[in-house]
Each structure stands twice: as C-alpha cells, then as structure tokens.
Ligand binder design. Structure first.
Ligand code: 9YT
Length: 130
C-alpha cells in the first residue's frame, strides 16, 4: 500500500513542479506502478494554457476556483467551477484558463502515468518516456 500526504510528502520535493502557468504536486507518478498518475495542480490566474496531450488521456476535476476550457476542435468554451470534471478522451487540443482573481485547483489523472520529468513541448504535449 502507498500512503502519502500532500503537505508532508510532496510539497517541496521533486514531485512538486512549478512553472510560469501552473504548479503541479504529483501525488502518484509512473514509478508508483499504478498505471496512472495523480496530480494536485494549481492553475495560475491570467494564463492561457495551450495544451494537447497527444500521448496521454487526462481527466481533470476542479476542486477550487473558476475558469474555462476552450475546445479547439468544436470552438466551444465550457465554464469550470468547483465540481466540474473534463476528460480529454480524444486527446483534445484545448486552452485552459483560470478567471481573473481565481486560481484553480485541479485533481488530474494521466494515463499513461507521467514520470515527472516531462516538459511541455511547443504543441503543449508531453512525450512518452523512451
Ligand atoms: C491541467 C493540466 O494539464 N495542467 C498542466 C500540468 C499538469 N497537470 C501536470 O503536469 O501536472
């Protein structure tokens, strides 16, 4: 069994990754052997995240804050608030943003799991490990 605590075991470690647009605390990574990774991610306000996970499926559940997601294929913008989940079942190209004055806190699941060493490429995707 794996038991971790965000505050005791993740924040301030290598599994706590900060970028200009987000801070992601990875609770479970590929090395944990679950077949998915589990992240507690903060989306910073005033940033448009152009994302396209070509190699991963991702589900994202908002537990704090407000924002929106724009689906590039359909042109539809969906509002996001506490309790909203979106699932990128088609490797959907999208733009994610938190509303002004509102940081979003999202619980994210990636399949396959991320290793923690990925960086977003120019398309906003993560490569698979070699
Ligand atoms: C929602 C989303 O995909 N944010 C980007 C960061 C990602 N959650 C990660 O790498 O932890």
């Amino acid at each position: 069994m794996i038991v971790k605590n965000l505050y005791d075991d993740v924040i301030g470690t290598d599994a706590d990754v900060d970028s200009k647009q987000w801070t992601s605390r990875r609770l479970l990574l590929a090395k944990d052997g679950m077949g998915f990774s589990l992240h507690d991610t903060l989306i910073k306000e005033g940033e448009d995240l152009h994302l396209w996970y070509k190699n991963h499926l991702e589900a994202v559940y908002c537990i704090e804050g407000e924002g929106e997601i724009y689906d590039k294929a359909t042109g539809i913008t969906y509002p996001i608030r506490e309790g909203t989940v979106y699932a990128l079942d088609q490797h959907d190209q999208h733009i994610l943003s938190a509303n002004k004055g509102s940081q979003m806190r999202m619980v994210c699941v990636f399949n396959p799991p991320v290793t923690g060493r990925e960086t977003h490429d120019k398309d906003g995707s993560y490569n698979l490990p070699e």
